[in-house]
Design a protein. Structure first.
Length: 147
């Protein structure tokens, strides 16, 4: 990897560390929030590491039909309402996606292949989320084990 790739990877780690810290503060049962967070980390790493080759043809085919365009307008309106209603959640998700995309771009520029990018993105993201959640939980309860 390049010498300067540590900046984007550190940014990725700090972003996910903060996300893990925030997740640990919720009053929701931990197994639900952490399962959703880990699943979203894996999905984001897969989407960024293994992009679809025929994305343009897929989108063009979807919008060429009237039903596809109608469903897209309805879903777009729903997404706009959700974005404006939960702006803080949208901003957090956008920050996580942006940090991961920057790290993926840096890995790609340094010559990393898809599997290497997936492993690096997943490892750093999981380490950041886990460490952030564990430190917040330790500071809040004084113990590191859930019971």
């Amino acid at each position: 990897m390049k010498k300067n790739s540590w900046v984007s990877l550190t940014l990725l780690f700090v972003t996910y560390f903060t996300f893990g810290w925030t997740l640990s503060e919720f009053d929701v049962p931990p197994h639900q929030t952490w399962f959703l967070a880990l699943g979203s980390i894996f999905v984001l790493a897969i989407v960024l590491s293994f992009p679809m080759r025929n994305t343009k043809a897929l989108i063009r085919g979807w919008f060429s039909s009237d039903m596809g365009a109608f469903i897209s307008i309805i879903v777009g309106a729903l997404v706009a309402v959700v974005v404006f209603t939960w702006m803080h959640l949208f901003a957090t998700c956008l920050l996580l996606i942006s940090a991961a995309a920057l790290a993926r771009l840096d890995i790609q520029i340094s010559g990393g292949k898809n599997w290497r990018a997936f492993v690096v993105l997943t490892t750093i993201s999981l380490a950041g989320v886990g460490l952030g959640g564990a430190i917040e939980f330790l500071l809040k309860t004084g113990r590191l084990v859930l019971s």
